[in-house]
Design a binder for this molecule. Sequence first.
Ligand SMILES: Cc1cc2nc3c(=O)[nH]c(=O)nc-3n(C[C@H](O)[C@H](O)[C@H](O)COP(=O)(O)O)c2cc1C
Length: 172
Amino acid sequence: MSLLIISTSLNPESKSAILAKEAQGAANAWGLESNFLDLRDYDLPLCDGDSAYSHPDLSKISGILSACSGVLLAFPVYTYGAASATKNLFELAGKSIQGKPIGLLAAAGGKNSYMAPLSLANSLMVDYRCPIVPKYVYADGSVFENGSIVDESIKERIVELVKTLDHWAKVL
Ligand SMILES: Cc1cc2nc3c(=O)[nH]c(=O)nc-3n(C[C@H](O)[C@H](O)[C@H](O)COP(=O)(O)O)c2cc1C
């Protein structure tokens, strides 16, 4: 039983990666086994529905996804939705998370895109039959200062998300 924390932003100074690290810390503090996958460490091609499926990095990532019992997915909000790098991951490797529960952690610039995770949630539910923890984490730019989370309520939401996801992973 192991949770997988996935950071999908390609930005070297990613704020959603900070949410992902916080989630990893919460999992550790709760005594949960977890692994961390950062898309910046890979060179995934854009999904073309064809040769991209043969890329060597994809088999590595698919193996990591297949091995976990639940996913904490951190992503950037771009144009009122999940960034294309996030969606690309599931276009390429979605089959490997079939049926696994998922908790979402979104980083956005402003407060108004709080519905942005829903399109991704729908796709993960409908395409890959993943149960999605309804109470996701949404953090706008004011939550971060100098590479850290300065809003205690967001830290609490992350702990709650990790605990809920662990419970769902065990039940399922
Ligand atoms: C192309 C682009 C589109 C964006 N669109 C939105 C948006 O629709 N709503 C929003 O609140 N922030 C938007 N932002 C700001 C990002 O959500 C913000 O920079 C966030 O920190 C990105 O996550 P990351 O730091 O993990 O990459 C956008 C940023 C970029 C580069």
